[in-house]
Write a protein that binds this ligand. Sequence first.
Ligand SMILES: Cc1ncc(COP(=O)(O)O)c(C=O)c1O
Length: 397
Amino acid sequence: MKIPFGTLTVTQKSKDLIKEILDSNRLSSGRYVRLLERKFAEITGTKEAVAVSSGTDADALALAALYDFGAKRKDEIIIPALSFVATGNAVLHAGFTPRFVDIDKNTLNIDPAKIEAAITEKTRAIMPVHLMGKPAEMDAINAIAKKYNLFVIEDAAEAHGAVYKERKVGTLGTMAAYSLYVAHIITTVEGGIITTNNEDLAEVLRSLRSHGRACKCKSCVLNTTSGYCEKRFKYDKDIRFFFERIGYSSKMNELEAAIGLGNLEIYDEILQRRRNNLMYIMSRFKKFSSYLTTFEELPYEKIGPHAFPFIVREGAKFTRNELADFLEKNGIDTRDLFSSIPTQCPGYEFLGYKPGDFPNAEYIGNNGLHIGIHQDMGKEECDYFIDKVEEFLMRHA
Ligand SMILES: Cc1ncc(COP(=O)(O)O)c(C=O)c1O
C-alpha cells in the first residue's frame, strides 16, 4: 500500500472552469480570483479575503501591511520557535526581526506563559501558528496583545476548519494567513489567502500583492471586465504606475482560482473525511503512548484536520529517523515535525541563538514526525498505518 502525504482533488467544476478560462485567454488575476476571495471570506466568516501566490506571502504581506499602521522596519514580531520555516522567513521577507518563543510540547504551539518575556519596545505583533491545525491559546495571546497594544496575525496555514471556543480560527486576530498549497485542506495548487474584518487592511494587502501600486479596489474593472477605470488619472499619473508602498509580486492567477473554487464546493466533504481520519488515528494511537505521543483535542476546540503529528518519547530505544525509514519502506510518506527555526535551521545562525535556547521546539525538531490524513485516505489506510507502527514497535521497543 502507498500512502502519500497529500493529494490533489481536481473536481469536474475546476476542469470546466479551466477550459473556459483558457478559451477566454484571460488568465492573470481576474474575476475567478475575486470569486474565490468572496467564497473564502464567506466560509471563514470574515469581511475580506485577499488571495496571493503562496502561504508564505500571505504571512509576509499580512506583516508588511502593518507599515501602513505604525510599524517601522526592523520592528520585532513574536513567533513560535517551532513551525514550518516559512513563518520565520516571512517575518524577514517583510523587513521585521523575528523574536522566537518556545512552544508547549503538548500543544506544539507557542507557550503563552513565555511571550511577555520576549516583548520589547520594538515589538509590533504576535504571530501564533496553529500548528497541525491545533488552535493556539488565543485568549491568553489576545490578552497579552491587548496589554501591550500589539497586532495579532494568525498563521492559519495548516488550520482550515479549526475552531477555538466556538469561534472559527482565522477570525481571532487582526488578520489570518492561510496556505493553499497542494497538501493543505483547500488548495489552489500553489497559493495563499489573507482574511480580515478590516477593510483598510484589505486595501493595503491588495496594493502590496501588486508591487505596492495605488490600485487597490476590491474588484478591479480593468482586470475583471476590461471596463473603464475612473480612478486611472487620480494621481496625475496612471494609477497602475504610482507606487505607494514597497510591494511584492504575489498575485494569484485564474487557473489557480479555478482549482480552488472546485475545492471549495466540496470543502465540507473534504473536511469531514480528513477529520474522520484524524479522530480514528488519534483513538487507535493511544495504545502506543508509552513510546509515542501526539496532541489532544480539548473540549473547547476542534483541530483543523491538516495532518497527524507523533513524537518519539524521551528514553525510547529507537530514533525518529529509524521509525520514519521503516514507514517509508512500507509505503507511508512521512515528514519531520519541522525544526526549531532559530537553532536548527542553519540559515538563522546569523541571529545568534544557541542550541538549548528552545528546548521544547528542539525536542520536537529531533523527535517529531507527521503523516497525511487526506481525503483520499480512509479506514483501510489508517489501519495500515497503525499496523505498521505496531510492527515497528514490536521489533524495536
Ligand atoms: C505553518 C506554515 N506557515 C506557512 C506556510 C507557507 O505556505 P506555502 O507553502 O503555501 O508558502 C506553511 C506551509 O506549509 C506552513 O505550514
